[in-house]
Design a protein around this ligand. Sequence first.
Ligand SMILES: Cc1cc2nc3c(=O)[nH]c(=O)nc-3n(C[C@H](O)[C@H](O)[C@H](O)COP(=O)(O)OP(=O)(O)OC[C@H]3O[C@@H](n4cnc5c(N)ncnc54)[C@H](O)[C@@H]3O)c2cc1C
Length: 527
Amino acid sequence: MTADAKLDLVSPPSAAAGKGINPVHAETYAGRSACVIGAGFGGMALAMRLQSAGIATTVIEGRDKPGGRAYFWEKEGFTFDAGPTVITDPPCLEELWQLTGHDISEDVELMKVMPFYRLNWPDGTNFDYSNDEVSLNNEIAKLNPEDIAGYQQFLEYSAGVYEEGYVKLGHTPFLDFKSMLKAAPALVKKQAWRSVYSMVSSFIQNEKLREALSFHTLLVGGSPMKTSSIYALIHKLEKDGGVWWARGGTNRLIAGMVRHFERLGGTMITGDAVKQVHTLGNRATEVETESGFKQRFDAVASNADIMHSYRDLLGSTPRGKKYAKSLSRKSFSPSLFVVHFGLEGSWPGIPHHMILFGPRYKGLVEDIYKHGVLPQDFSIYLHHPTVTDASMAPKGKSTFYALVPVAHMGKMPINWDVEGPRLEKAILDEVGRRLIPDIHDRIVTKFSYAPKNFAHDLNAHMGSAFSLEPVLWQSAYMRGHNRDDEIENFYLVGAGTHPGAGIPGVVGSAKATAGLVLQDLAAMKSA
Ligand SMILES: Cc1cc2nc3c(=O)[nH]c(=O)nc-3n(C[C@H](O)[C@H](O)[C@H](O)COP(=O)(O)OP(=O)(O)OC[C@H]3O[C@@H](n4cnc5c(N)ncnc54)[C@H](O)[C@@H]3O)c2cc1C
């Protein structure tokens, strides 16, 4: 079998190939085993890819349920998704089923969301953002007709960076500096050193429109004023692929991934955190969990937080210590404060996704990213799934979450036991003022999720919600490598690796990592 044929496994086979594991791959990887530590989107996507190739794959998840940031809670008949709610680029997910001739619809029902978002400002201005050209132009014209032409130029720019940054490089592992140099001309041509906000501002005059076209970086942990303009690709990603919802919540997408992985013969272990990855020389040998489970694997991949992976799981090795030290000098994304609440009543007029901008944009972002303080004002992302999918709440009731970015715990110390309840009330008051006046009287159940919960539940370094900050100097080769530089069968997948956070990002990282594992294990066989 040629090297190309081995790598070809990362793409789906033709429909004629039928269902199940490709016999050529099954033979190549017979007797090979892999462990994936962590069942986030990246971990599950990698596990599906490896198991699809016939590698006996075990996923070990520390929490009682899979999903990671996409965990969920059920309370009083309401379903509360913990994290991702905006599903983009469904083909990157569909491919995970197509690898074995299956269809995602066997396990998950994806539903279109329209408008993508409603953006709302304190002066009452609304902007409905979608990929419908006529209505989008009308919305732009309401704010500044002259920006329609600028928007077309921005769209062209976004399409260009989408092609270079996502289609060509989104699932390419950057293992050496040479690979970075190869990508450099395209990055220079696209002025990747400029920020998304700066690039948007070069095309668009109206400040509200600048905010509308640049806030997306916040959804992957980046400041619009610092994140490389390459991230303007999100605009094109959403425009072409749409915004989607999984019936029953994002947690159903994770459940579908687990179901398909198990259908192929994969093994899931939950509620048993890995405490150590043992090594011998330059190889990972065994994985040991808190319960005492200990097993040898040919390949070990960590989907856990990148700092936790090196500092704790590989903490007894020189490599673990060295890389953890280097990570401690890097900049991590902020955290989030999320208020989950179930209300009496229905709100057909509140769209599924809303951004309630606060009075400040640049200053607020600086307070969070630079100064690390807890400002009095905030911008809210409001999630209202019941408007798309009534199954998320009991009849006649509604599920919401309101999320605000806050500094991670490595900045100024914030006592969340004191500040949490205050912030929760302030956020609910603001949603009340702008959308639901009697919100406090309608609350059936509520709870909040703070930076300390990210740190405790997910081993997230400093409670960061998105791992390493997505700035140019922490991208591609300068981000976590999909295969460790020294421990030759230890791999990484998820938000701390290339290309970064967000569902399409971590699913892309799984494709990059799977390519390496498959290549390495096939070489082991023929060696
Ligand atoms: C509130 C919120 C909203 C978001 N909204 C969106 C959105 O709308 N759209 C979007 O695309 N993205 C969104 N994101 C980003 C996206 O959810 C994440 O980038 C992505 O889900 C991270 O996936 P991951 O593969 O890195 O793994 P994670 O989700 O970080 O999972 C890692 C897993 O490893 C486990 N683990 C850790 N340590 C151990 C150990 N020692 N042993 C075993 N297991 C361990 C953890 O328990 C966890 O399950 C959001 C994130 C948050 C927090």
